[in-house]
Design a protein around this ligand. Structure first.
Ligand SMILES: NC(=O)C1=CN([C@@H]2O[C@H](COP(=O)(O)OP(=O)(O)OC[C@H]3O[C@@H](n4cnc5c(N)ncnc54)[C@H](OP(=O)(O)O)[C@@H]3O)[C@@H](O)[C@H]2O)[C@@H](O)CC1
Ligand SMILES: Nc1ncnc2c1ncn2[C@@H]1O[C@H](COP(=O)(O)OP(=O)(O)O)[C@@H](O)[C@H]1O
Ligand SMILES: [Mg+2]
Length: 278
């Protein structure tokens, strides 16, 4: 496996062009957050905004709208249970996220199927959390979008039918090929499966083992995928910098919270951006 470390990511993020505006940095649509799990989509949306996505829209249960507006006024909000409206907004999105806090009921499955059917080959799609579990439960196929799955080991077991003990590099790579998508397998030293190579994240700490940490990575991935043309660069940088922020915080914090990570995304991006004009 290739080692994903500071040397790989230093200088990897492009400098922003002076003559640019929000329309150059992608429009992320995040779909998730039922009545009980609104925090997951708020964290993911916050991470996308703080990563620099040009525009962010959140499709979520109406009971989350006030909290979202209050915590994240940069984001637009629509009813995630109005399938026609969600599909209409998908047409404007360059990057779509589905899954954080989506829930596992019939309504969630309906929305997921509609989104998978509506996405286009030009769109980038991050499938996380409950969307992975729902896809596994009905053996749904990867859609035509440029898709990244972000399972933890339990979600990967559901999707791949490999027990955690069976999840070796070769078997994981074999199943990735069947999926036809990139896979970020989340754990201590997460592994990233691309078509041609596998990377192992050298950053990360057990101080990250707290609810919402994966939702935060999903939002970062979406923000990076929305802005950076090179998919591999976007994925490697998001995975590494998410953990890197925690490593830095963990020098003085026993546990690092998703909200703390989110606040520091713009700073770490500045540290790791190239200093040169293209
Ligand atoms: N604030 C919010 O709103 C939050 C909302 N959230 C949302 O909740 C939804 C459900 O997501 P989830 O990950 O919490 O539950 P689920 O899919 O059932 O997976 C757990 C199962 O997998 C197993 N497992 C094995 N290895 C594992 C590993 N390395 N890491 C983790 N699990 C591992 C584990 O095994 P066990 O612990 O039982 O041994 C258990 O059987 C999802 O939409 C998410 O976005 C959360 O983000 C929290 C904050
Ligand atoms: N011991 C650990 N070492 C490094 N990273 C960890 C550790 N525990 C959890 N993480 C990271 O935290 C995140 C957890 O993701 P996930 O289980 O999907 O969280 P949630 O769904 O609660 O947001 C992943 O990015 C994972 O790599
Ligand atoms: Mg998760």
């Amino acid at each position: 496996m290739k080692e994903l470390n500071q040397n790989i990511v230093q200088g990897i993020l492009p400098k922003r062009k002076n003559e640019s505006y929000k329309g150059n940095y992608g429009h992320v649509l995040l779909i998730g957050g039922n009545q009980e799990l609104g925090g997951a989509i708020i964290l993911a949306a916050s991470a996308a905004v703080y990563s620099g996505a040009g525009l962010v829209t959140v499709a979520t249960h109406p009971s989350n709208h006030t909290a979202l507006h209050a915590r994240l006024p940069e984001a637009m909000v629509i009813d995630g249970y109005d399938t026609a409206k969600v599909i209409h907004h998908m047409k404007k999105a360059t990057t779509v996220v589905i899954g954080p806090g989506l829930g596992l009921d019939d309504q969630s499955q309906l929305i997921l199927k509609a989104v998978l059917a509506a996405c286009t080959p030009q769109q980038r799609l991050v499938i996380d959390g409950d969307a992975i579990t729902l896809m596994a439960s009905e053996n749904l196929k990867t859609p035509v979008a440029q898709t990244v799955y972000t399972p933890h080991l339990g979600e990967w077991q559901r999707l791949s039918h490999l027990t955690i003990e069976e999840q070796t590099k070769d078997l994981n790579a074999h199943f990735r090929k069947q999926l036809g998508a990139e896979v970020v397998l989340k754990k201590h030293h997460s592994e990233i499966y691309f078509e041609e190579e596998v990377w192992k994240n050298e950053a990360g700490t057990p101080a990250m083992a707290t609810g919402g940490m994966g939702d935060t990575l999903t939002g970062m991935l979406a923000g990076f995928l929305a802005q950076f043309p090179n998919r591999k660069t976007a994925i490697l940088a998001a995975v590494y910098l998410h953990s890197r922020i925690s490593d830095d915080l963990a020098k003085t914090h026993y546990v690092t919270l998703p909200s703390q990570i989110i606040q520091r995304i713009p700073c770490v991006m500045k540290d790791y951006a190239t200093k040169f004009d293209f």
